[in-house]
Design a protein around this ligand. Structure first.
Ligand code: LRH
Ligand code: MN
Ligand code: MN
Length: 424
């Protein structure tokens, strides 16, 4: 973890400017009838989960260029996640991926306690072969033509839930790479029927206080057809399985022109929005830092979430899912967590009564401007003040760099191999 004095010293240099900027923003918002402290408290209470797999350098299909001090185990990863939360105060939970993060529940709990973290949704992996497993997932997992393979994939998910129960998780996220690479390779209907059968077997064992999230993705690794390819199929799955089955929306899993905020609205309307994997993309499942490309889209997603906040039982899981190729993953994840908070704060200051009036009157221009007014407002001082009051860093990236954390862990962590990438 990072020394408290380092954070305090970094904060001290930014303190006066923050106070002035916070007060100025407070006056601006006050003129709009918004109480800045109320927004700040909501932002302070907000959390987004960090993906354990995000703290290592991801790499592409072509190469991976690791940095120094890469985490070598789930315990190193939790240390890094702890630093992210310590500095931002915005990432209280970690989402684990099994078998990548498989470890004894007692050890995981002990490390979580030490780093001040909890566990969010568990992720199963039946999209790659684990060492020593009996059957390969080369031709699919939950939807495979052979029942032995399907059973192995189901059993893996049951194991992931068992582990998750022991460490306080309350949800399982399933993403499969199942599909086909050639027209004619797979019978699409039979393949989806097999998927549903397997998913029902998993859902049947879902602990009572758990939710099951299924995650859709348009393509990759299958390049011709994908079994769970879009929100329509995902919705069918959630409907078929039952009440505690929900759809997970990974922002990067759609075609470039798709209106994701509208998908979010639809899923909310029909009670099936399970949660998010936040990230950004320009071309496909790029897994770029959240809001790196299109911060307005992220804001529009949050606009739907804030609009629906009072819906009974509405509690989507908020998680990041990124892969970092050229940045320090800790810095990228901190930035993304702050961007998610920013989108939330901007959505909170939308004048909803005015928006609703403009919608009723079909005043398209003013409706759009109402959203833009909120989006254009620089809410940074709100985020900074929320962090400062929690004892976190006013400027997390600056404090992190000042701490020398990466160089310090590089002294004890073994160098990580570069080379050909994988797909994550
Ligand atoms: C698939 C995905 C899914 C996986 C993660 C590693 O592209 O988004 O969430 O579990 O990446
Ligand atoms: Mn994802
Ligand atoms: Mn993805």
């Amino acid at each position: 973890m990072i020394d408290k004095d380092t954070i305090a010293a970094a904060n001290e240099t930014a303190e006066d400017a923050l106070r002035a900027e916070y007060d100025a923003l407070g006056a601006t918002l006050d003129r709009r009838g918004i109480d800045i402290a109320t927004i700040k408290d909501k932002v302070a209470a907000y959390g987004v989960a960090v993906p354990s797999w995000g703290v290592g350098t991801g790499g592409t299909r072509f190469a991976r260029f690791p940095g120094i001090g890469e985490p070598a185990s789930i315990f190193d990863k939790l240390d890094d996640c702890g630093v992210i939360h310590q500095l931002t105060g915005a990432t209280p939970r970690v989402s684990l991926h099994i078998p990548w993060d498989d470890a004894s529940p007692a050890d995981l709990l002990a490390k979580a306690e030490e780093t001040g973290l909890g566990f969010d949704a568990m992720n199963s992996n039946t999209f790659s072969d684990a060492e020593g497993q009996a059957h390969s997932y080369k031709f699919g997992s939950l939807s495979h033509t052979k029942s032995d393979v399907r059973q192995q994939a189901v059993d893996h998910n049951l194991y992931v839930m068992e582990l998750g129960q022991k460490i306080g998780s309350k949800a399982l996220t399933i993403w499969v790479g199942d599909g086909s690479n050639f027209p004619g390779q797979a019978h699409m209907t039979k393949q989806f029927e097999r998927y549903l059968d397997s998913a029902r077997a998993i859902y049947g064992k879902l602990p009572e206080d758990w939710r099951l999230f299924t995650e859709h993705k348009i393509f990759e690794p299958a390049f011709y057809s994908t079994v769970v390819q879009d929100w329509g199929t995902n919705y069918l799955i959630a409907k078929e399985l039952g009440e505690r089955a929900y759809c997970l929306v990974d922002l990067g899993h759609h075609a470039p022109t798709v209106n994701i905020e509208m998908i979010v609205a639809r899923l909310i309307q029909f009670g099936k929005l399970g949660g998010f994997h936040f990230n950004d993309s320009k071309y496909g499942d790029d897994d770029l830092d959240t809001a790196a490309i299109d911060p307005y889209r992220l804001f529009l997603v949050f606009n739907e979430l804030v609009d629906a906040a009072d819906t009974p039982g509405f509690d989507p899981a908020h998680m990041l899912d990124q892969s970092h190729n050229v940045t320090d993953p800790i810095e990228s994840l901190m930035n993304s967590a702050m961007e998610v908070q920013r989108a939330y704060a901007q959505a909170l200051i939308v004048d909803r009564a005015a928006l609703s009036g403009f919608q009723e009157d079909n005043d398209a221009l003013m409706a759009s401007e109402t959203l833009k007014t909120a989006f254009r407002t620089d809410v940074t001082p709100i985020l900074q003040m929320a962090r400062r009051e929690k004892g976190c860093a006013i400027d997390p990236i600056a404090a992190y760099r000042r701490s020398g954390y990466r160089a310090q862990v590089a002294e004890t962590r073994p160098a990580s191999a570069s080379g050909g990438g994988g797909i994550v």
